[in-house]
Design a protein around this ligand. Structure first.
Ligand SMILES: [Zn+2]
Length: 161
């Protein structure tokens, strides 16, 4: 799901009618200025958790901070601007590896307190990708989780809803 800026700026007597796509990875929490790929009108937006909190507001004469990744013109057949059109759209760049060096959070229990399978390490007997098919003997495979589960049951922390 992705928000858009549907540019309605009058250009040469006709509305621009270009849809500038705000790809969620980039704009989910973002404040700044972005141009329309077609007419170059600069818009200020402030998005919080994917919600358009402020804008789009026109900012005439100001420079954009970034460009849309993709834009198209639905009233003009399939005409569009793909990523990396100079001065119109920005090139597609994956998130730099350096920003993705977090540590996975090993979850052993669901929000209802029931054991889940997403922890490691799994014994080799788990087979392909630790799937275990339909057999998941917690008590035998991970006695510590089993013990924790029993404590949770006793403490009334396991729920169905
Ligand atoms: Zn425009």
């Amino acid at each position: 799901m992705c928000d858009i800026i549907w540019c309605k700026k009058e250009v040469g007597g006709k509305p621009c009618d270009t849809i500038n796509y705000l790809d969620p990875y980039c704009f989910w929490n973002w404040e700044g200025k972005i141009n329309c790929a077609e007419c170059g009108t600069v818009y200020f937006i402030h998005m919080i958790q994917g919600f358009m909190y402020k804008g789009p507001e026109e900012r005439p004469g100001e420079k954009p901070d970034t460009m849309p990744l993709y834009a198209d013109k639905p009233y003009d057949g399939y005409s569009n601007y793909r990523p990396g059109v100079e001065g119109r759209t920005r090139p597609y760049e994956c998130k730099p590896r350096a920003q993705l060096l977090g540590v996975a959070d090993m979850v052993k229990f669901s929000i209802r307190g029931r054991p889940v399978r997403g922890w490691r390490p799994q014994p080799p007997s788990a087979g392909l990708a630790g799937s275990f098919g339909f057999h998941w003997d917690i008590q035998k495979l991970t006695p510590d989780v089993w013990e924790e589960y029993q404590k949770k049951i006793a403490a009334g922390e396991v729920k169905d809803w």
